[in-house]
Write a protein of this length. Structure first.
Length: 180
């Protein structure tokens, strides 16, 4: 048994029921170990949480953003953008760590910092994508930064959603409506 199993158990449970509702015993049960084993690897439960965050951040930092440019329409480009964002941010362990950051941002400065880092990373991807769309002539707005700022919370909610496919359809329709 490794620390990775405990981290994965914690992140999985946190995603299912909210990170504030996860107990040491539940993590041990899910990992298939005794509660004492958790404390063998981690002096405190907070230590496990912090290492879980580090694990997720490490995985997030491995995600490269490559803007795909071989599209004929803005709609095709949008669908590809959402697919890329979901692949980057919705995978395990990245999505659970983002969920933990969003859930705990109001009372934990480390989680607030993580949430802000994620938001900036997402916003920069949106800005680059909008700039490209503007260069292609698909959108005409001198306010791509403002538009990216407006879209960021919307895209963040999509990432955290359980119904990404359905909500992506609605997001593409809404963005097209806004830009007309």
């Amino acid at each position: 048994m490794t620390k990775d199993v405990l981290i994965e158990s914690f992140l999985s449970l946190g995603t299912e029921k909210g990170f504030q509702n996860v107990s040491v015993q539940e993590v041990a049960d899910k990992a298939g170990v005794k509660k004492a084993s958790v404390f063998y690897y981690y002096k405190t439960f907070d230590e496990l949480k912090k290492e879980s965050i580090s694990f997720g951040l490490n995985e997030l930092s491995k995600n490269e953003f490559v803007l795909k440019t071989s599209f004929e329409t803005f709609t095709d480009f949008l669908y590809s953008f959402f697919d890329d964002v979901f692949m980057s941010f919705s995978s395990f362990p990245v999505k659970p760590v983002i969920c933990m950051a969003e859930e705990g941002r109001s009372f934990d400065s480390n989680l607030r910092s993580l949430s802000e880092k994620f938001t900036l990373m997402l916003r920069s991807r949106i800005t680059v994508s909008l700039d490209f769309a503007q260069q292609k002539g698909w959108i005409q707005t001198p306010y791509t930064d403002s538009f990216a700022e407006m879209l960021t919370p919307f895209v963040k909610n999509l990432i955290l959603s359980e119904n990404q496919e359905e909500e992506t359809e609605e997001a593409v329709r809404s963005i097209m409506k806004i830009l007309k």
